[in-house]
Design a protein around this ligand. Structure first.
Ligand code: SAH
Ligand code: SF4
Length: 404
């Protein structure tokens, strides 16, 4: 059993208790060397090898004395991703990565390339996961259907970025943005997510500005409040999907614990305290949350706020009775918001043909549920949404395991 390192959490993952090196803070690494009577520049050497070099074990850092290399390998893992399967789509503009972790857990990340256009430099955005699976269980989301697996370790979050950055560096390109919009609810794994954001921000490690990082939440109110107290760490995006509680109870089951008015109030306080605009996301589902009544409810909810809404046609995922709203319907929804002074952008999803709605590849690997199970699930969703559209609130409890 290696000696625990200050500032890191050690969890036995797949029998490997060593923390991933990319999740270890610069100060903790300096302290590790200091305990061995070594100067701080050793930590810098290792961080460089991890972040800018190709070191996969300590043996690759030839400039370190052999005893230190051995100690490093005993104390830390250089990589927490066992292997990655890449799938390309959109003519190579979207790269979907399915990563296997040490214990066999599968997570996904998506790298999206946006070529330069007038007034905008080229961008390379990586969408990363914070958990394997998700406890929230939004029915239109492939990850939600998988259910909760486990929280990711800090290094497991950061290594998704390290891998993508390395692929980009091979093409002389740099990662410009990171969004926590992959698998999992980041605010239910907030300690690790904050440590990962630290690693991404830290100029001695990845060095990506806070403005280039977005964290999306389905509405974990205590988590939003904690972020507000910390001050601006990154851009906060809130997955709204519906402004009416009855419908949001079905689309985002967390709403039964923290209703939409509380979520928006917390987001509003966050915007006021940090001076940063909150982005809301709404996945548009035909005939469910795209009606004029819903547009009006959302406009009323956000009127006068320093907010922006992204309207995203639902990615077709298996096992729902639903499809994406047609473009003209989404345009009308955006117009209703605009009339109330709420700005809205229509965002079309990338990579649909490779299943880029996060969770789809992992769901594929989990195997197809029995037809009877799928049929029951579809029937339940039809029934629940019919009640919700009549304004009747759900009597189902909030999902288990979402904390207080
Ligand atoms: N759990 C967090 C972050 C991960 S999900 C959250 O819910 O905000 C990231 C975004 O993808 C969310 O806005 C989510 O609603 C959206 N999403 C999930 N499944 C989708 C689908 N099938 N089509 C379109 N958007 C989807
Ligand atoms: Fe979880 Fe977000 Fe998917 Fe909802 S949309 S199930 S919160 S990952």
């Amino acid at each position: 059993m290696p000696t625990p390192v200050a500032g890191t959490t050690i969890t036995v993952v797949g029998g490997d208790a060593r923390p991933g090196l990319s999740g270890v803070s610069s100060d903790a690494l300096v302290a590790w060397f200091a305990e061995r009577g070594e100067p701080a520049y050793r930590a810098r050497q290792v961080a460089d090898a991890v972040w800018r070099g190709d070191a996969t074990t300590a043996a690759d850092i030839q400039t370190l004395p052999a005893a230190l290399r051995e100690g490093l390998d005993e104390a830390f893992r250089f990589d927490t991703v066992a292997d990655t399967e890449l799938r390309l789509s959109d003519g190579g503009l979207t790269e979907k990565g399915l990563h296997r972790l040490a214990d066999g857990a599968l997570i996904e990340s998506v790298l999206m390339h946006y070529p330069a256009r007038p007034g905008q430099r080229e961008r390379h955005t990586l969408c990363i996961s914070s958990q394997a699976g998700c406890a929230v269980g939004c029915p239109f989301c492939a990850t939600g259907e998988l259910g909760f697996g486990r929280d990711l370790e800090t290094a497991e979050i950061v290594d998704q970025v390290r891998h993508a950055a390395r692929r980009l560096a091979a093409d002389k390109k740099r990662l410009t943005n990171v969004v926590f919009m992959g698998m999992g609810e980041p605010l239910l794994n907030l300690d690790r997510v904050l440590a990962a954001v630290d690693a991404l921000n830290d100029p001695r490690r990845f060095g990506l500005g806070a403005r280039h990082i977005t964290v999306s939440t389905s509405g974990v109110v205590p988590g939003i409040r904690r972020l507000t107290a910390l001050g601006p760490q990154f851009t906060l995006a809130v997955s709204l999907h519906a402004a009416r509680d009855a419908l949001r109870d079905v689309l985002v089951p967390l709403n039964r614990r923290w209703p939409v008015a509380e979520v928006v109030a917390a987001a509003r306080e966050h915007a006021a305290a940090t001076g940063r605009r909150v982005t809301y996301e709404a996945t548009m589902i035909a005939g469910i949350n795209d009606t004029e009544l819903d547009a009006q409810a959302m406009a009323d909810l956000l009127r006068g706020d320093h907010a922006h809404v992204n309207l995203i046609p639902m990615n077709p995922v298996a096992h729902t009775p639903w499809t994406a709203s047609p473009d003209p319907v989404i345009e009308a929804f955006a117009a209703t918001l605009a009339a109330a002074g709420v700005t809205a952008t229509i965002r079309r999803n990338r990579g649909q043909e490779i299943g880029a709605a996060c969770g789809q590849l992992a769901a594929e690997r989990a195997g197809e549920p029995a037809p009877a199970v799928v049929a029951r699930r579809r029937a339940r969703l039809v029934d629940e949404s019919a009640h919700a559209l009549r304004g009747e609130r759900s009597h189902e409890p909030a999902p288990a395991g979402i904390g207080e």
